[in-house]
Design a protein around this ligand. Structure first.
Ligand SMILES: C[S@@+](CC[C@H](N)C(=O)[O-])C[C@H]1O[C@@H](n2cnc3c(N)ncnc32)[C@H](O)[C@@H]1O
Length: 204
């Protein structure tokens, strides 16, 4: 059997991607204020997947201060893509807009102050890529509303699916023939909850 590194958590923590000054500032604020941002590993994962899937029409549910939106915006910017990010807290939405401006992404990412559950049925267009990171108890209701907005072959990523509140969503996407999904349980260095889950699903 092949040798594996002795302490994978320590080892992979040394390989966490570098961040620029704006992202580092948001990480410091998140730590100080207890804001549950995705952190640099999931952020880079979103970037890689959005870039790899050539996503140009991206939807995010749950902006907070704009940390994950920066990764999504940077992923689609070269292809002239756009991100619509929904945030129901007015103060957070405003902070995110300021940060996205500082990151040079104000033309790429639109932060809409709205309750995702209410506004989803009113949205037009088909999205290539959706990142869901709102209250986990609302994932199940959000799934029904966002499904018609995802193009066939589009990707849905849901964060924190190891939270008990996400179980109804997990069961629904597992059994829904309209989605092909997979859940990963992983050590994610600098992720908000170290031994958490992530769901990846592609629209049939
Ligand atoms: C986990 S944080 C988002 C973190 C962000 N994705 C990041 O990694 O930088 C969740 C955010 O979703 C917002 N939120 C919760 N329920 C929502 C809803 N129904 N519609 C829109 N935003 C919601 C909260 O106010 C909070 O700012």
């Amino acid at each position: 059997m092949a040798d594996t590194v002795k302490h994978p958590e320590t080892y992979f923590s040394q390989l966490v991607p570098e961040r620029d000054a704006v992202l580092q500032k948001l990480e410091a604020e998140a730590k100080k204020e207890g804001i549950p941002i995705v952190g640099p590993v999931v952020g880079q994962l979103l970037f890689v997947l959005a870039r790899a899937t050539d996503a140009v029409n991206i939807l995010e549910l749950g902006t907070a201060t704009g940390y994950s939106a920066i990764y999504l915006g940077r992923a689609c910017q070269p292809a002239n893509g756009r991100v619509l990010s929904l945030e129901n807290n007015a103060d957070m939405a405003q902070r995110a807009r300021t940060h996205l401006d500082q990151a040079g992404l104000s033309e790429v990412v639109t932060v809409m102050e709205a309750d995702g559950l209410q506004v989803l049925p009113e949205l037009d267009g088909l999205f290539d890529f959706v990142f869901m990171d709102i209250e986990k108890k609302d994932y199940h209701a959000a799934l029904a509303k966002l499904t018609p907005l995802v193009r066939p072959g589009g990707l849905l990523i849901a964060d924190n699916t190891a939270f008990v509140d996400a179980k109804k969503f997990n069961q629904a996407i597992y059994t829904d023939s309209g989605w092909q999904s997979v859940q990963i349980l992983s050590y994610l260095p600098m992720h908000s909850a170290l031994h958490d889950g992530l769901c990846f699903a592609v629209r049939a």
